[in-house]
Design a protein around this ligand. Structure first.
Ligand code: TYM
Length: 334
């Protein structure tokens, strides 16, 4: 039986991934790459929807790819590539934009949040059409499943709608993909502000755990994480958002159920609990960090790997794009 296809990606919007990316996405990717024919991209075209320093963007793109590999994505098994290396992404995004409603795109909550924060004049049209480019990423590969954190769910729903619309207008062309979201870990919160999602683009880094931080920095951030005055290690998302978030992280990285961790720390203070969590996080991150830095020491080899993988991706993407051009009635070049 042929394997089902999996597609996912991350923006190279910071020097390091954060623990939400790691738990909400990368851990799932790693676990699924054997069972699926998997494609993982570093979505640099998405990153430029907000201003980027050109030299720094190139560096962040390499860093993101290195962290995929360091976290266990195998470039010989999965297709791990940079989005802008495959031209079909931008081309399909254009075609899909012509079947997307203006109101439909305007309902995307991530766009609404970001544009509200930045103001209309500072918001690019690219940020508005961002989800359409994401739909193109997914649909080019005839994707069955898209493992993401829950902030991306609405974008995958839009992708499904566009695939169905295109198929009904122009004939069966795209596989209609499904989001795969791990309920327990779909949203990791900021350690200083545990009702806000942890984000690569957070204004303050005090509550963000970066994969590439020095272990001593990670340890400090955990020991300073916001909790509450109750003093008991107990999961209660609405009353105890800080402790609940730390329990989620602990459970995701140790593979132990939350109830078992609550039992272990029953009658002990937050200090002990945080020390336990610190050890779990640091020992998980240490080898990933070391491997990522090692890979970044040899950028030429990393670039070579990415090029080979981009060729593999382009072959599939170009075939889908050719069918799309044919279906919508574009005249073939003679
Ligand atoms: P990005 O770069 O914001 O995030 C990458 C992945 O990490 C997940 N994630 C989280 N999960 C749990 N808790 C958090 N605090 C947290 N923060 C981020 C995200 O849900 C995501 O899975 N638009 C996408 C990138 C993209 C993409 C695609 C994804 C472009 N094309 C095609 C899937 C398929 C984004 O900005 O992710």
């Amino acid at each position: 039986m042929t394997k089902q296809r999996l597609y996912s990606g991350m923006q190279p919007s910071a020097d390091s991934l954060q623990i939400g990316n790691y738990i909400g996405a990368l851990l799932q990717w790693r676990g699924m790459q054997e069972e699926y024919d998997a494609f993982f991209s570093v979505v640099d075209l998405h990153a430029i929807t907000v201003a980027q320093d050109p030299e720094h963007l190139r560096e962040k793109t390499r860093r993101t790819a290195a962290q995929y590999i360091a976290a266990g994505i195998e470039p010989s098994r999965s297709t791990l590539y940079v989005q802008s290396h495959v031209r079909a992404h931008a081309e399909l995004a254009w075609i899909l934009s012509t079947i997307t409603g203006f109101g439909e795109a305007g309902r995307m909550t991530q766009f609404k949040d970001k544009s509200q924060k930045q103001g209309a004049d500072a918001t690019s049209v690219g940020l508005f059409t961002y989800p359409i480019l994401m739909a193109a990423d997914i649909l080019l590969y005839q994707t069955d499943v898209v493992p993401v954190g829950d902030d991306q769910k609405q974008h995958v729903e839009l992708t499904r709608d566009l695939a169905e619309r295109f198929n009904s207008r122009f004939g069966d062309t795209f596989v209609v993909p499904k989001p795969v979201i791990q309920a327990e870990t779909a949203r990791i919160y900021d350690l200083q502000d545990p009702t806000s999602k942890m984000s690569k683009s957070a204004e303050s880094h005090a509550g963000v755990l970066w994969l590439l931080d020095e272990p001593s920095v990670t340890a400090k951030k955990i020991m300073r994480a916001v909790t509450d005055s109750e003093g008991s290690v107990r999961y209660d998302r609405s009353e105890k958002p800080g402790v609940s978030n730390l329990l989620t992280i602990y459970s995701a990285l140790s593979g132990r159920p939350i109830a078992e961790i609550e039992d272990e720390y029953a009658g002990r203070g937050y200090g002990d609990f945080k020390k336990g969590l610190r050890d779990v996080v640091v020992s998980e991150f240490e080898p990933v960090r070391a491997r990522a830095l090692e890979l970044l020491d040899d950028p030429a080899e990393l670039d070579r790997l990415l090029a080979v993988n981009a060729d593999r991706a382009a072959e599939i993407a170009d075939a889908t794009l050719a069918t799309v051009y044919e279906r919508v009635g574009l005249l073939r070049r003679g």
